[in-house]
Design a binder for this molecule. Structure first.
Ligand SMILES: [Zn+2]
Ligand SMILES: [Zn+2]
Length: 119
């Protein structure tokens, strides 16, 4: 039995969409999943969809363009929702994913903001 790159002997297989059976190291996969979720929890915080819905109740309009949610036209493009989650301090600048750093923003403002950030 061949060991994986990290020296584990804990192979499992999965079948790809093309029908090929592929091998992966279960230990490595578990380790990766663990560090990913820990990193996400420690460095960036997190919030649930429910917390966001609670926060949304305090807003009847977009805080940036001051239009009521119902007055915002539906997107013709790729945006699926009128109301999007906005990071007050962008993740790129060290903001967290905690609910305190999240506010609802209409997709149009969020889109514009995303483009203006790249000075
Ligand atoms: Zn491994
Ligand atoms: Zn807006």
């Amino acid at each position: 039995m061949k060991l994986c790159g990290k020296g584990h002997d804990n192979w499992s297989t999965w079948t790809s969409t093309s029908g090929k059976v592929k091998k992966y190291c279960k230990t490595c996969r578990q380790l990766r999943a663990k560090t990913y979720s820990e990193r996400k929890k420690n460095a960036r915080g997190s919030h649930t969809d429910k917390e966001f819905q609670e926060k949304l109740k305090k807003y009847d309009r977009c805080p940036k363009c001051d239009r009521k949610w119902e007055d915002i036209p539906s997107s013709k493009g790729s945006a699926r929702y009128k109301i999007t989650e906005d990071h007050i301090i962008p993740l790129m600048r060290g903001g967290s994913d905690d609910i305190d750093n999240i506010r609802p923003l209409c997709y149009q403002c969020n889109f514009k903001k995303g483009h203006s950030v790249r000075e």
